[in-house]
Design a binder for this molecule. Sequence first.
Ligand code: ZN
Length: 82
Amino acid sequence: MKVLEEKPWTTEATCKGCGSRLEVEAADVRAVEFEISDCDHTSYSCKCGVCKTDIELEAGKIAPGVRDEAVKRWRKSRKSRW
Ligand SMILES: [Zn+2]
């Protein structure tokens, strides 16, 4: 397929810490994988650019490709720490 015009993914979020309205870009999304009773879960968040508070993002609001990239970054950062 040929992409004629790529529309970069963004979503809006409101910071609970300072109330700022933010436009979250793909590179801002951070994934964290964890286990709850033998089940794998992934949570997504970003950091407020104003007050640095973590803002939780609903997985359903994030494009699948953006989620994949965030998970890849998370796995990479975990690997380099060990
Ligand atoms: Zn904030």
